[in-house]
Design a protein. Structure first.
Length: 850
RNA sequence: GGGUGAUUAGCUCAGUUGGCUAGAGCACCUCGUUUACACCGAGGGGGUCAUAGGUUCGAGUCCUAUAUCACCCACCA
């Protein structure tokens, strides 16, 4: 097949992926060890962004590498219903149509979102294919699939039975815009400029007033106490007294509690149990009443005085301040910087509200997880992430798993209509009302937090507990994911994995950094700096995107998208393409079997290939993706293309060329699957069908090279490089290289002539011209030596400083005494070489002084 | 307030357990179309490795401070 001059990925990629799929190349078939990765399921509704491309690229490299190694590799794809996320997107769409979620029942809403997600799912799967992700589609799992829902129910039941689940009236983080509660971890805190108001609360006995400081004056309507620190002498006499709460006619106590920070504000704190987490705890300790003055819509309730009712929180703040000012209760106000929780989706300020919700008691789950981490059962890349995770788990609070949205897995719990605290577990969630033992129960209208069900992902997708998949592939070999879900997802998978299966869910965790925008800032739609993965693929090809995005990227380090790296990637693919084009043109007539190295270049190349292959293998075994790519790049470009292929134009070994090409393509395949497979498919049909796909071929075993012959080529390279250097620096035109006695030059005259761009290499009786100094051969380049004087002087100076440093090191007795023998020997050798070098340079330089 | 990471060439970044005369790609300069490739080839310039101390025969690499930036955590009323 005649290949065009330039590789055009658009013409091949989709066909190649179809070929892989049709051939079942991605089914776990290897006979070796199991190697399993599940894709952290992206939102089924969203278009693939560049961060997903990075994740898939890294995982796919690992999977393809292990597949080529002969491992039984499972790459399991999935998609996430992403409960709240997706509902929020859907609500935006409803809003555009002038509708809202309140126009529908939960069931109607659920059905509509289901259809909405189904529409977008095709798009999502297409993008997986575009990126070349070698996933086994037969294992595709959606987070609302029956088996995932069932697993969530069984987990909930087990926790229920074992007392880890409780229903409690607690303060939860509530978004009044979206009408749902969140887990602590979902709240986004921002540092904001606010005001701190100092308000006088007069003592009931008329003996004065106590001044409290607050950033939320409107919540005073729900105050049920004032707290001071027990050791705070300023307030000693106030403890036990009562104050008259302004704007209301309630009397509330002044009490002492350790939590108060004497240095903050006035050292006296208003206690609003229903709207502040701290105050909630204080109230529980002191048995204070809870007065809810803000409702789920973010408006003031009937518990407040008439004039404030139904105002929004913002309006109420102004009204309260105005009323307090009129009454003369405001002492002063000042600006303060404090952090405020927001809904991560809409930015609405999170209201802490008291609600009845399902909570998971986390301590019993966290402890075994901490133990496993401390025992090093899971290897982390980078290591520091393990310690971070331990710190997180050690401070974990109970997890609110109820969400007041439609799009999610219904919580399988029913409440006795006649007895509020009688809850039962039942999976008949399609029923609203059920009868059990003659009693009537109503279903909890809430759904699970998405993370509750997805925390079972590693074993639920593998059909825990009895399937072959589970037995073969659990625990997963690798969990590769972004740092942003280390806490919400990785930590919970670990806890639930240990809780349900008794085993860690994965053996290794690799955390990648974010792909930032080109300017290094975070990508966001509103800033308009989002980099589109499909556009990059369209322009440069999927391989270029994969290479560009992994190049030079260390684990867990955020880095901006860099177009230049993608261009490098494209150029690299094109280089490979042309290497293949050249080699295929040289191997038209079949040279089967004759792959033995003959020339020194052959041996040299095999040695280099072996070094590169070993290095790449080692790097990939420890997920050093970028380092592996770097080694590959330089082997292909510098050694294979620039030296070996150029040398092969003088004396070609077609059989070896062909086999080197195969090995190179295999080494490259995990990184750039499309171009390598495309080239592979241009090879003449093999009778052996097993080898018809590169994707399922074998990681290369490299033939042994003769080190002496390889060294001979190094000597040739040194001569060629020096000739090129001299020619370039003095602008000579095709000089001749003379030698007196040299087998090396005699045997490789043609090669050196060609590589160095000489007129000829020829033997003479006496050398003339400029003597080469970088080789032990006696040879002279036929150029005006005087023109090279300056360069020689510069080189001499360089040698002098090298020698000086080496001598200083060797004359240091403690160095010779303490450094390892090999290092000292190496230094000695370096010094010898440097001296020899200097002698040659000096001799050559001396000739100009006559 | 606590924690983690970063700080290396004009730009984006590598640099594994301390042995480096500190690397890559891009950009820049000079030369070049030799029948794989201009998405190319040959050659070149460019860095007191943030700062200050310390450990060591030896530090970009380890330790301690400091500065700047980024992110994460926390019950700053």
């Amino acid at each position: 097949m005649e290949l065009p001059k330039t590789y055009t990925p658009q013409d091949y990629e989709s066909d190649i992926y179809a070929l892989w799929e049709k051939s079942g190349a991605f089914e776990p078939k290897g006979k070796g060890n199991s190697f399993s990765v599940v894709v952290p399921p992206p939102n089924a509704n969203a278009s693939i962004h560049i961060g997903t491309a990075l994740t898939l690229a890294l995982q796919d490299i690992a999977i393809r590498y292990h597949r080529l190694r002969g491992d039984k590799a499972l790459f399991l794809p999935g998609a996430d219903h992403a409960g709240f996320e997706t509902q929020a997107v859907f609500e935006k769409r409803l809003a555009k149509e002038g509708k809202s979620r309140f126009d529908f029942t939960r069931e109607e809403l659920y059905q509509q979102i289901w259809d909405f997600v189904a529409e977008n799912r095709a798009n999502f799967e297409k993008q997986f294919r575009q990126l070349g992700a070698s996933v086994d589609w037969s294992h595709f799992t959606f987070t609302l699939d029956d088996k995932i829902v069932k697993r969530a129910y069984q987990t909930f039941k087990k926790m229920w039975d074992e007392g880890l689940i409780y229903r409690g009236e607690r303060l939860v983080n509530f978004c009044t815009f979206h009408g749902t509660a969140f887990a602590d971890i979902e709240v986004e805190y921002q540092e904001e400029q606010g005001k701190l108001w100092y308000i006088n609360y007069p003592l009931t006995d008329g003996s004065g007033a106590i001044t409290i400081a607050t950033t939320r004056p409107e919540t005073m309507l729900g105050d049920t106490a004032v707290a001071v620190h027990p050791d705070d002498t300023r307030y000693e006499n106030f403890i036990g007294k009562t104050v008259k709460l302004p704007l209301t006619n309630r009397e509330i106590p002044v009490l002492a509690d350790d939590f108060v920070d004497v240095k903050f504000g006035t050292g006296a704190v208003k206690i609003t149990p229903a709207h502040d987490p701290n105050d909630f705890e204080v109230a529980r300790r002191h048995d204070l009443p809870f007065i809810q003055i803000i409702n789920h819509e973010g408006r003031i309730t009937g518990e407040a005085p008439e004039e404030f009712r139904n105002l929004t929180v913002g309006q109420a703040r102004e009204a309260v301040l105005r009323a307090l000012k009129e009454a003369g209760n405001i002492d002063k106000e000042k600006y303060i910087s404090h952090s405020v929780g927001h809904c991560y989706k809409c930015g609405t300020v999170i209201e802490p509200l008291i609600m009845n919700q399902w909570f998971v008691d986390m301590q019993p789950l966290a402890k075994p997880a901490i133990k496993a981490l401390k025992e090093g059962k899971i290897k982390f890349y980078p290591k520091a992430k393990c310690d971070q995770l331990i710190a997180y788990l050690e401070n974990l609070r109970d997890w609110n798993i109820s969400r007041q949205i439609a799009w999610g897995i219904p919580i399988p719990a029913f409440q006795n209509v006649d007895q509020q605290d009688d809850w039962i577990f039942d999976e008949r969630v399609t029923e609203e009302i059920i009868e059990v033992n003659g009693k009537t129960y109503r279903r909890d209208p809430d759904v699970f937090d998405t993370w509750f069900s997805s925390s079972s992902w590693p074993y639920a997708t593998l059909d825990y507990p009895d399937s072959d998949d589970f037995k073969q592939f659990y625990p997963l070999s690798l969990m590769e994911t972004g740092g942003e879900i280390l806490y919400p997802w990785v930590s919970r998978m670990l806890m639930l994995g240990l809780y349900i299966t008794g085993e860690i869910p994965f053996k290794e965790v690799y955390i990648h950094g974010y792909v930032m925008a080109e300017d290094g800032s975070k990508m966001s739609k509103s800033k308009g700096n989002v980099v589109s993965a499909p556009e990059i693929i369209e322009k440069y090809g999927a391989d270029a995107l994969r290479l560009g995005i992994i190049a030079g990227r260390a684990p867990a380090v955020n880095r901006g998208y860099d177009k230049r790296k993608v261009e490098d990637g494209r150029n690299f693919c094109n280089k490979l393409w042309n290497i293949a084009r050249y080699i295929e043109s040289q191997t038209k007539s079949e040279q089967k079997g004759k792959t033995d190295p003959i020339s020194s270049a052959d041996h040299w190349l095999l040695a280099k290939l072996a070094t590169a292959g070993q290095g790449i293998t080692k790097d990939l075994d420890s997920y050093r993706f970028s380092e592996a790519y770097d080694k590959l790049y330089h082997f292909v470009w510098d050694e294979l293309a620039d030296w070996y292929i150029e040398a092969s134009k003088t004396s070609s070994n077609p059989g070896l060329l062909a086999s080197v090409l195969e090995a190179t393509l295999t080494l490259t395949h995990p990184f750039a699957p499309f171009v390598t497979e495309t080239i592979w498919q241009t090879f003449p049909e093999d009778n052996n069908d097993d080898n018809s796909l590169l994707a399922t071929s074998k990681w290369p075993k490299i033939a042994k090279a003769d080190q002496n012959k390889a060294a001979e080529f190094e000597a040739i390279k040194a001569i060629v490089s020096e000739c090129r250097d001299i020619i370039a620096s003095i602008g000579a035109n095709k000089p001749t290289l003379y030698y007196t006695e040299s087998d090396l030059l005699a045997n490789n005259a043609k090669l050196i002539t060609k590589l160095a761009g000489l007129a000829a290499v020829s033997q003479v009786r006496d050398g003339e011209g400029l003597r080469l100094t970088q080789t032990i051969e006696n040879c002279w380049l036929d150029v005006d030596a005087n023109a090279y004087k300056k360069q020689l002087e510069a080189k001499l100076a360089e040698q002098d400083s090298i020698i000086e440093k080496l001598e200083a090191r060797l004359s240091n007795p403690s160095y010779v005494k303490n450094a390892p023998h090999a290092v000292v020997e190496q230094t000695k050798q370096q010094l010898e070489e440097a001296k020899a070098q200097q002698a040659k340079l000096a001799a050559e330089h001396d000739r100009f002084n006559h």
